[in-house]
Design a protein around this ligand. Structure first.
Ligand SMILES: [Zn+2]
Length: 353
């Protein structure tokens, strides 16, 4: 009997404690709520929030360990057309994007409309084509068998920015061919390391084919063979996005496009959700009626004295047209005058101001 009474008393005490805890938790929640209080129209105005603004998708190829003065071409270009870039220029690009209020997001998140950057900041996407060894150069393995990355390769430089700016979400998508990163003994470890460290791998066709020069069967094979290869190393962990070699075909109406987006190879079917073009300017917001994920423009990351859609020219244009976030991934916040270009099938909470 006494034993039972004690149990009841202990039970009550437990109950009291729990109630006190619940109240404490509720108070804490209120405090947090106050901290992340709803933004006002004034906040949107002060930050020029515009989630129907444009998003730059930067197109890089090789990053070469050189100073700009060591090349015979304009600015940080390593070749005549500026597809290859110096390490000096690439570091300056990253500092520039950061200082201009751009924050990196994953290409696949952009395509899916998951844009997670702070209030007043703008998204930017980095892409690298061709799987060149200077994208992620491995110099050996440490005592634990982990890859050692050359600090002057693209990923080495990106990783140093991760340390320098903790609020700079460092990420990029690498589009590879059959040779992956041209480092046979390390390719598998490289792919695994990249996806484990916030980077993405996409498809650039097995042999860098111009789709307008081959038939539908070859088109399917060129796409499927890369997915098959990636499945053997990082099953299901790559992105189903293709960067079109030479930016070809130039139009979605080309007959081979169907085989690019739906490829049959080796008794498997592969679906591709987006195709990336070559050049020349920023893309629409994923919430715009003009947005077409099947065919996305990129900005060539090169220098041309502020002309011909080089980096300088594009970012000048973006000063007036850029996407500016409200800092809330679930809301789409747009100024009233943009309402006419809003995608009507928006799956988010819409705020017009
Ligand atoms: Zn290429």
């Amino acid at each position: 009997m006494l034993f039972a009474l004690i149990l009841v008393l202990v039970g009550c005490k437990e109950q009291e404690k729990t109630n006190a805890e619940i109240k404490e938790q509720a108070d804490k929640k209120d405090e947090i709520k106050e901290e992340v209080k709803e933004l006002t129209i004034e906040d949107y105005q002060n930050n020029n929030v515009d989630e129907l603004g444009e998003v730059p998708i930067m197109m890089y190829h090789g990053i070469h360990h050189k100073k700009n003065s060591e090349t015979e071409y304009t600015g940080g270009n390593v070749d005549k057309n500026g597809y290859q870039r110096t390490t000096e220029a690439f570091i300056n690009d990253l500092e520039f994007y950061y200082n201009e209020g751009y924050r990196m997001i994953r290409l696949t998140d952009y395509v899916d409309g998951n844009i997670d950057v702070e209030l007043g900041k703008s998204p930017i996407i980095l892409t690298f084509d061709d799987g060149l060894s200077n994208n992620i150069k491995v110099t050996g393995l440490d005592e634990n068998g982990n890859i050692i990355i050359d600090p002057n390769s693209a990923v080495g430089i990106l990783e140093s920015f991760k340390e320098k700016y903790p609020d700079y979400n460092v990420t990029a998508t690498f589009f590879v061919n059959g040779g992956l990163f041209q480092q046979k003994e390390y390719n598998q470890k490289i792919l695994k390391w990249l996806i484990e460290n916030g980077y993405d791998i996409g498809n650039h066709t097995y042999s860098h084919v111009d789709f307008t020069t081959v038939n539908s069967k070859k088109t399917s094979e060129e796409v499927g063979k890369v997915y098959e290869l990636l499945d053997s190393f990082i099953p299901g962990k790559y992105v189903n996005i293709i960067a079109l070699p030479f930016g070809s075909p130039y139009g979605l109406e080309h007959d081979n496009m169907n085989y690019i987006f739906n490829s049959n190879y080796n008794n498997n079917t592969y679906e591709t959700k987006s195709a990336l073009r070559v050049g020349w300017k920023a893309e629409s917001s994923p919430f715009s009626s003009e947005f077409n994920p099947k065919f996305l423009k990129r900005i060539r990351a090169y220098d041309n004295n502020g002309e011909e859609f080089d980096i300088e020219m594009n970012f000048k244009l973006l000063e007036k047209s850029r996407y500016i976030s409200d800092g809330n991934i679930n809301n789409v916040v747009i100024p009233e005058y943009k309402e006419s270009i809003l995608n009507v099938n928006l799956q988010r909470k819409l705020i017009i101001y």
